[in-house]
Each structure stands twice: as structure tokens, then as C-alpha cells.
Design a protein around this ligand. Structure first.
Ligand code: ADP
Ligand code: MG
Length: 366
């Protein structure tokens, strides 16, 4: 459990807490074989991610909206001795899926190493408590295990975020862990052996390619699953609506009735600019420099809902999302500004039923 003081709620509870009831219901209904130390069978883990209904009538909400096969491959990889690498452009739910997989498989999504250019070997292997080390010399007590080391010794799922941002030599320390399933501690003349149930989920960004390319030795230890952008506008609207609803509830925002129209609009703008062509395929467009991901659409709409709730009449309107859309599209004012203006005049202005959005966008651009 997260250390939240009496009566105070975590701003963002971990998946295993936020969805504790679903996980319990799944565990109760799950009569299929579970790999050692798994909380659920692979079948139930995939049901947790994709959503569905249990025999008793309990509804499991979908966490990941996308091809079922992707989830099945990811889950079954975790039941093998190969690690899982989730790859994709930003905002394709890599982190989200990784967290939910760890929560469902191990009941704990917090054994996490955040990859950055400054990630040191201690973060991947282990460090020392220096006061202890100086007082008593190297000992088990002085050793500070990394989340990975803990996952190994307890047979749990570890997570590494943004693997390709980690310097190559630090990445290499993962090779022994993943191939030999052991972590030597030469200072103690010992090793920590991974027990069954241990595995690793890493995420990496497509756009970081070339930053710290994975060595082929390391890549071979992973089964790579690519998370795609939502295949259709409907799927993307569905994803955004669900998340906005959840986030809105956790922020105590009133549900936005008729918000669906604005969500559809934001998603349409993002998709058209991302794809470089209007939805009807008729008009070619220039794409701006930003990614315009689903995740960004979610924050634009959430921001709009907060505006509507606190400064409007509670109904999400074009004016509440316009500034957010502009901010997401125009990242680099010198180039993206022109792209946006062209889109606004050539597409938004002419579109039936989009007058209010056009006007709102003109207002915030001015
Ligand atoms: N296919 C999808 N299904 C469900 N949620 C999605 C999907 N794509 C994006 N999201 C949402 O987008 C948000 C950001 O995803 P995140 O995991 O941070 O992206 P990434 O790590 O790939 O950059 C999450 O809140 C997630 O709910
Ligand atoms: Mg991420």
C-alpha cells in the first residue's frame, strides 16, 4: 500500500490499488493454471487488460484498447524466460500497459527503474548505504537493492522505463540479469539469483531510435511488441473518453455531458494533422512537429473539462479545448504556426458545424 497519511488520498494511486476490486474478482473467478508466483493466470491477466465480463457479472473495464493479439503476445512473453520490450511512438500506452501488466501479474507495479541519460549502474544493480558500509564494511545490511534486484529475489515483475535513454554501458548490466538470471555481488562474494516468477518489462520510444540503440546482445533477450497508434477515429475517441472520464472523476470534475462532440473534434484535428490528410482523404495537409498523441488529446480534453467546470457552465465547449489544441499543435512557433493557420483556414473554417470551433481557435491564435 502507498504510504498515504490517514484520510489523504494519493493523487494517482498505483494500478493495483485503483483497480484492486477488479483484480480481486478476477483472482476469485480464475481457475486456470497460474505460472509460479503469478497472481492470475495469463488468461485472466489478458482479460484484465482488455476488459470483459466475469461469469458472476463483474465488469472488467478495458485498460488497453487495441488488438487483442498484442496483449496476448505480451502476457505470454512474461510467462517465458524472455523479457518484454514495449516499443512505440510517444503516447501509445507503453507505460500504461507496462504498469497494468505488472499489477495483474505480480500485484505490484512499483518495482520500477526510470531510464534517463543519468541512470547509473546502482539504479539497475544495487547500491550501498554508506553509513553502514563505513561502519561495518560491506554486508548484506549495507546493501541497497535496486528494484530489479528485489524483483529477482522475490519472483516479481520489474519495470524499466525508457530503456534506450539509459547509457549503453549501464544497459549492458541488464544482459547478465536477463541471460544468466543472476546478479553477482562481488563485494560480498555472493550472487542474487532470480527466482521463478521474475521477469522484466521495458518500454522504449520509437523516436529515441539512435539515442542509445539497444545492443544486439541485449535486444535478443527481449521479445519486442510494438504498440500502434489507434487504428480508427472511433477507437481513439473511445480511448480518450474513457480516460478523461476516469481522470475527471479522480479530480472531482463533474462529468461533461455532451462532451463527446468536443472529444471527437479534438481527435479529428489530431488525426488529420498527424496523418497529413483530412479524414475524407481529399485535402493534403502539412504535419506539425509535435506527436499529437492520444495521450496529448487526453490532456487537452481534461484541461478543457477543468475550464468548463470552474469557469464555464460545466458543459465542455469549443472554447474550452481551443487553447489546448493550439498548444499541442504549435510546438515550434516558427514552423508549426504556419501549418496551423493553413489548417484552420482551409479545413476548419469550411467544415459544417465547426463554426464555433473556428471562432474559438481564431480567438486564441490572435
Ligand atoms: N490504445 C490505448 N488504450 C488505452 N489507453 C491508451 C491507448 N493509447 C493511449 N492511451 C492512454 O494514453 C495515456 C498515455 O499513455 P502512456 O502509457 O504514458 O504512453 P507512452 O508511455 O507510450 O508514451 C494513458 O493514460 C493511456 O490511458
Ligand atoms: Mg511512457
Amino acid at each position: 500500500m502507498t504510504d498515504t497519511r490517514a484520510g489523504k488520498q494519493a493523487l494517482r494511486p498505483h494500478a493495483e490499488e485503483a483497480f484492486a476490486e477488479e483484480l480481486q474478482a478476477l483472482a476469485a473467478a480464475d481457475d486456470r493454471p497460474r505460472p509460479e508466483r503469478w497472481r492470475l493466470s495469463p488468461w485472466a491477466v489478458s482479460l484484465y487488460l482488455l476488459g470483459g465480463e466475469l461469469p458472476g457479472g463483474t465488469v472488467i473495464t478495458p485498460k488497453y484498447v487495441g488488438p487483442r493479439r498484442i496483449v496476448e503476445v505480451a502476457v505470454s512473453t512474461l510467462a517465458t524466460d524472455r523479457a518484454l520490450l514495449l516499443l512505440g511512438v510517444p503516447g501509445t500506452a507503453k507505460t500504461w500497459v507496462s504498469e497494468h501488466l505488472a499489477a495483474a501479474v505480480s500485484g505490484d507495479s512499483t518495482l520500477l527503474v526510470q531510464g534517463t541519460a543519468g541512470t547509473a549502474e546502482e539504479a539497475v544493480r544495487y547500491g550501498w548505504n554508506y553509513a553502514q558500509l563505513l561502519a561495518n564494511g560491506p554486508s548484506r545490511e549495507a546493501l541497497v537493492p535496486s528494484p530489479l534486484m528485489r524483483a529477482m529475489s522475490e519472483g516479481m515483475t520489474a519495470r524499466v522505463e525508457e530503456l534506450t535513454r539509459i547509457p549503453a554501458d549501464v544497459q549492458d548490466s541488464l544482459i547478465t540479469i536477463l541471460s544468466e538470471k543472476t546478479l553477482p555481488v562481488p563485494e560480498l562474494g555472493e550472487e542474487v539469483q532470480a527466482v521463478r516468477g521474475f521477469n522484466l518489462i521495458a518500454t522504449a520510444n520509437d523516436r529515441d531510435r539512435g539515442v542509445n540503440e539497444l545492443s544486439s546482445a541485449l535486444r535478443r533477450r527481449f521479445n519486442t511488441v510494438v504498440l500502434p497508434l489507434p487504428e480508427s477515429a472511433e477507437a481513439e475517441v473511445d480511448i480518450v473518453s474513457r480516460r478523461v472520464d476516469q481522470i475527471g472523476r479522480s479530480l472531482d470534475l463533474p462529468p461533461a455531458p455532451e462532451g463527446a462532440a468536443e472529444i471527437r473534434r479534438v481527435v479529428t484535428v489530431f488525426r488529420e494533422l498527424r496523418d497529413g490528410v483530412t479524414a475524407d482523404g481529399r485535402t493534403k495537409l502539412k504535419s506539425p512537429s509535435g506527436t499529437l498523441s492520444t495521450a496529448e488529446a487526453i490532456s487537452v480534453v481534461t484541461g478543457g473539462m477543468a475550464l468548463a467546470a470552474h469557469f464555464g457552465d460545466g458543459v465542455l465547449s469549443a472554447g474550452d479545448v481551443a487553447a489546448g489544441v493550439l498548444g499541442a499543435v504549435v510546438r515550434d512557433p516558427s514552423t508549426d504556426g504556419v501549418v496551423w493557420q493553413e489548417y484552420l483556414e482551409a479545413v476548419v473554417r469550411e467544415r459544417d458545424g465547426w463554426k464555433d470551433f473556428y471562432r474559438a481557435c481564431r480567438e486564441v491564435s490572435a
